[in-house]
Write a protein that binds this ligand. Structure first.
Ligand SMILES: [Zn+2]
Length: 447
């Protein structure tokens, strides 16, 4: 018996991409309905185009018709029994250069689920898909159904909003259908800057952009993996932060990268046959997305995108040329694949939405000694019942071990060589909800 117990204790401390199931989250992820995802994608694609400058008069075509559909859909989610969702409708004017030569009124849409912790009113989570589309040649009158890019992301956000409608997370969650992504990330930029200016802290942002195409232009077909892009080095790093990062070796541990690891750790167990690829780059080569403006404001922000893209289906007017088919139409959208991704992201948001506030001012040291020492500060959050120490060898990409610690502000790891390991610390509540682990930002000097 003693040997069995010891084995169990050791096994618990080793991360193998698995996490103890939370029954409530498991019930919620089981409610994801592929048919609803498809219905949203088909509805949005039915407007012919959602180009930002498309027809604004016809009730069944163009961006205005799509906006009204989203508003009506959110209202239907507000009618769900026990729903706490609020309609999110944020209008602003942007443009005057680039793809929008004249200033135009734009609108971000979606739903907000208010957090219930009154001391954390300024902390938010954001999941976003963009509702605008782009045909080839950027012609606002041409057909650009945008089924996968990015009606799929909007469908994912609205499905998570539906399932979480009656939830009471500690912090507020935005489910966003963003505007004018294709015109220069304008909707996401407006929201990120507004939240920053108003003193909000975004604890985690995800751009779900193209989450439903399973066949690549290289003819590979895959519905079991999804790419998660995150920056390793923060784009807004100051000179001082750069020197500290170089001293600590934090190139693979920016806040967005830790958020990406978190989604993999807490999302994968709730989605069968889905492997989240932790892409060690900010985005696809030479390209960007709605997560970028949030990262630019210093918020942890990542992007989920199909593993294999099919460029004949992106930003194309639907047509057949020389026997080759072009266009982003709903028949290329795989709702069962999108449902897998939806489950993983839903689980991650439910975990982090209920997690305590994270630790801060983490310092590490031990140079020239046999030991590694960590110190940190804890926020004034009564729900913190303990901490989790994450570690991996310095040559590893994923966290390899976790160790639960009592509520404290320091630890000395005996006979653990500082240089050979990487550490981060998360807060933990009594129900097992964890914050995103935080990487050290200071070096403890001396021995
Ligand atoms: Zn897109």
């Amino acid at each position: 018996m003693r040997r069995l117990a010891l084995y169990a204790a050791v096994a618990c401390s080793v991360i193998q991409g698995q996490h103890a199931f939370d029954i409530h989250i498991q019930e919620r992820t089981a409610q994801v309905e592929p048919t609803r995802l498809r219905a949203t994608v088909e509805s949005l694609a039915s407007f012919g185009t959602r180009h930002t400058l498309s027809d604004s008069v016809k009730p069944n075509r163009g961006i205005k018709a799509a906006q009204q559909w989203i508003i009506n859909h959110v209202k239907s989610l507000q009618a769900i029994q026990g729903s706490r969702l609020q309609l999110y409708e944020e209008r602003f004017t942007a443009g005057g250069s680039g793809r929008l030569p004249q200033p135009v009124e734009l609108v971000n849409l979606g739903a907000i689920l208010p957090g219930v912790d009154s001391s954390r009113k300024k902390e938010v989570l954001i999941i976003a898909g963009h509702y605008d589309s782009l045909p080839s040649g950027q012609d606002p009158d041409a057909d650009g159904p945008g089924a996968v890019d990015d009606a799929s992301g909007v469908a994912l956000c609205l499905e998570i909003a539906r399932i979480m409608a009656a939830e009471k997370p500690a912090i507020t969650i935005y489910f966003v259908a963003s505007a004018a992504e294709e015109q220069g990330l304008m909707g996401a930029t407006h929201l990120a800057k507004r939240l920053k200016a108003e003193g909000f802290t975004v604890r985690g942002m995800i751009a779900a952009d193209m989450v439903g195409n399973v066949q690549g232009i290289n003819k590979d077909t895959d519905n079991t993996t999804i790419r998660c892009f995150s920056e390793g080095v923060p784009s807004i790093e100051t000179e001082t932060q750069k020197r500290t990062r170089e001293a600590l070796g934090g190139e693979n541990d920016g806040r967005s990268r830790e958020w990406a690891r978190y989604v993999k750790r807490f999302g994968e167990p709730y989605s069968d046959n889905l492997d989240i690829w932790l892409m060690l780059r900010r985005d696809r080569v030479g390209r960007g997305g709605d997560h970028t403006p949030f990262a630019n404001e210093g918020f942890p922000a990542i992007r989920f995108t199909d593993t294999f893209e099919h460029y004949d289906r992106q930003h194309q007017i639907p047509r057949v040329e020389n026997g080759r088919r072009y266009g982003d139409t709903p028949d290329f959208f795989d709702e069962n694949y999108c449902a897998k991704i939806t489950r993983a992201l839903l689980a991650s948001f439910m975990h982090l939405g209920n997690a305590p506030a994270p630790p801060y001012d983490i310092a590490i040291g031990g140079n020239g000694t046999a030991n590694t020492r960590l110190t940190w500060k804890l926020p004034d959050d009564p729900r913190i019942s303990g901490l989790v120490l994450y570690s991996r060898r310095s040559d590893a990409i994923h966290w390899q071990k976790t160790k639960t610690l009592p509520k404290s502000t320091e630890i000395t790891l005996q006979n653990v060589m500082l240089d050979n390991n990487v550490f981060a610390i998360a807060t933990l509540d009594a129900s097992g909800n964890e914050s995103v682990p935080v990487y050290p930002t200071a070096l403890i000097s001396g021995r």
